[in-house]
Design a protein around this ligand. Sequence first.
Ligand code: NDP
Length: 244
Amino acid sequence: MEISFAGKRALVTGAGKGIGRATALALARCGAEVTAVTRTQADLSSLMEECASITPVCVDLADWGATEAALQGVGPIDLLVNNAACASLQPFLEVTPDQFDQSFNVNVKAVLHVSQIVARGMKARGSGGSIVNVSSQASQCALRDHAVYCATKAALDMLTKVMSLELGPHQIRVNSVNPTVVMTEMGRVGWSDPIKAKIMTSRIPLGRFAEVEDVVNSILFLLSDKSNMTNGVTLPVDGGFLAC
Ligand code: NDP
């Protein structure tokens, strides 16, 4: 299936590393004008070396005011990928207020905020659009030491559904992808231990973790007009984990 984003303007958050970086590069390869948002300048510099057409925005999305200022000048956006997130793992009884606030600020509040900024423009132009939120299998399944992360992703799934309800009449579709473990920097923090990894893969019918490209391909599908009637779904990219 050929997907072209020629003439489309895309914004990807958390585009410095992992899934977000690969998504930004894939969108650029498919013809989109891409704005990459992340908080580490060195990642943006290396991304621009890899793909000179990408427009960089360096901001900490946990900071509402700084985000508002940083995104003011990005111009019209047709495709939004809310990918940035943090995963701070700890036993439930050791969760601190700071860890809770930081996680909800990035994983949920920043998604709401960036989406408001982008969707207001889409609505004003009457051009419609597509938004993909990067959630997780952890939104729907309890994982040890993931109390806060699971809670943020469960909140994100419901945010996705309400956004799809309210933005749908403006022809703005909102969906999420919900991957299983991917061995990015974030994935390695939780799943490098071979015993833990084996227990997880044994619960995945396909018997393996997801590759970055598995997730990117699902994001591209949901962004594209190949999924024109799909709105408000949480799409597992999990080898069947959530089906069991
Ligand atoms: P990585 O940690 O590899 O990359 C995350 C990117 O987001 C980094 O560039 C990071 O920048 C950026 N980011 C994080 N916090 C902020 C912030 N406050 N402001 C701006 N940028 C920020 O993660 P993945 O690629 O693995 O994860 C991408 C998405 O996929 C996340 O939503 C994650 O929850 C989800 N996911 C990941 C899974 C996995 O196993 N890897 C499984 C299921 C879902 P910096 O490095 O500078 O902090």
